[in-house]
Design a protein around this ligand. Sequence first.
Ligand SMILES: [Zn+2]
Length: 98
Amino acid sequence: MAVDKQCETRIWGERVQSWQCHKRAIIERDGKWYCKIHDPEYVKQKNMKKQTRWAKEAAKQSAIWALKQARNNATEGLTLEELKQVTPNLIRKALGGI
Ligand SMILES: [Zn+2]
């Protein structure tokens, strides 16, 4: 039976010390052994997923910002009394029916 190998990733503590991951290595990449969560391919995929999620969130935030800007532009110059009359439907109309 093969001897279990240990994952070679070093984990950094809160101070300066680091230690070797205690998990059992299951995969070899470029001559080094890694456990499941430190497998460079797995880490890469996880980071890509994270970036995709961030990009989606950023796109959502900028859409919200653009809508707010458009709403501000659409209501610019209105008096307080006129602003009180502004309804979501009126804003939608002013924005071109979004
Ligand atoms: Zn590990």
